[in-house]
Design a protein around this ligand. Structure first.
Ligand code: OFO
Length: 167
């Protein structure tokens, strides 16, 4: 594997790991605030990001590349509101999507069609996750500051998320 592609995949390992701990911190914040549905949602998003990271680790090793498990930055722990929480979620997904597009671009420049092919799974996954983050933030924007709206959002979030990922 070309060393610049290897470096990009290692960077991607870091972004997935960073998203995983960020979502864990978000789950924990929601748990402490009594938003149990939102907490479950982010606990499971955190697990998913961890799987995305591990899939990359295994792929780089299968291709005889060198994996360097990275140090991570401290995640954001505190949020003013559910809106701020979900804005962070959407921005994090947009960032990861941009990084994946960059990997794809470099694969094409370097004619690495194997890695290009492998990365298609991430492209599809990101599309779904970004769409889900947008839908949830849109709903919160409709709800505004209404406490009973937040209660219902928390109660229904996992149904909304499941429905969105079946679309
Ligand atoms: Fe790894 O899918 Fe989101 O970030």
């Amino acid at each position: 594997m070309n060393s610049s592609i290897e470096q990009l995949l290692n960077n991607q390992i870091k972004y997935e790991a960073q998203a995983s701990i960020q979502y864990l911190a978000m789950a924990s914040w929601a748990d402490a605030q009594g938003y149990n549905g939102v907490a479950d949602f982010f606990y499971s998003q955190s697990e998913e990001e961890r799987l995305h990271m591990t899939k990359l680790v295994k792929f780089v090793n299968e291709r005889s590349g060198k994996v360097l498990i990275p140090a991570l930055e401290e995640p954001k722990h505190d949020f003013e509101s559910l809106n701020e929480l979900f804005e962070k979620f959407l921005n994090s997904e947009i960032y990861v999507t941009e990084q994946i597009s960059h990997v794809i671009y470099e694969c094409l420049q370097n004619k690495d069609y194997n890695v290009h092919n492998f990365m298609q799974w991430y492209v599809t996954e990101q599309l779904e996750e970004e769409a889900m983050a947008r839908t949830l933030l849109d709903k919160l924007n409709i709800i505004g500051n209404d406490k009973s709206g937040h209660y219902l959002f928390d109660r229904d979030i996992n149904v909304i998320a499941a429905k969105q990922s079946n679309e």
